[in-house]
Design a protein around this ligand. Structure first.
Ligand code: FES
Length: 106
């Protein structure tokens, strides 16, 4: 299980506190990073950033995951938006308390 502070979703820019809609974490036990999106309802969604087409590492931003290799796109919950990938991303269960979220990687 990986613990991520909810504070990771806050960032100070030009002396203003802004909310980030995603963070990327890396666990040394996994070859690919995990992207975590925070939704408008303050739910959290975590997916492995490994493209299900041919395995390239995905980018995250603009509210989606996208693949630099052949252009597949996935929504914040890991569902395919745009091929050639056909399978959704591997996603992880998340639990939370007041301060942290916990990504259940195994
Ligand atoms: S490896 Fe991602 S689209 Fe081909």
């Amino acid at each position: 299980m990986l613990r991520v502070s909810k504070g990771e979703f806050q960032q100070v820019k030009d002396e203003k506190q802004i909310e980030r809609d995603f963070v990327v974490i890396q666990s040394h036990s996994m070859r690919y990073p995990i992207g975590i999106f925070k939704t408008q309802n303050s739910d959290y969604l975590a997916s492995l950033m490994q493209c299900t087409h041919r395995g390239c590492e995905l980018n995250i931003g603009g509210g989606i995951f996208n693949c630099p290799c052949h252009g597949s796109e996935f929504d914040p919950s890991g569902r395919v938006l745009e091929g050639p990938a056909e399978e959704n991303l591997k996603s992880f269960e998340i639990t939370a308390d007041n301060e942290n979220i916990y990504v259940h990687v195994s």
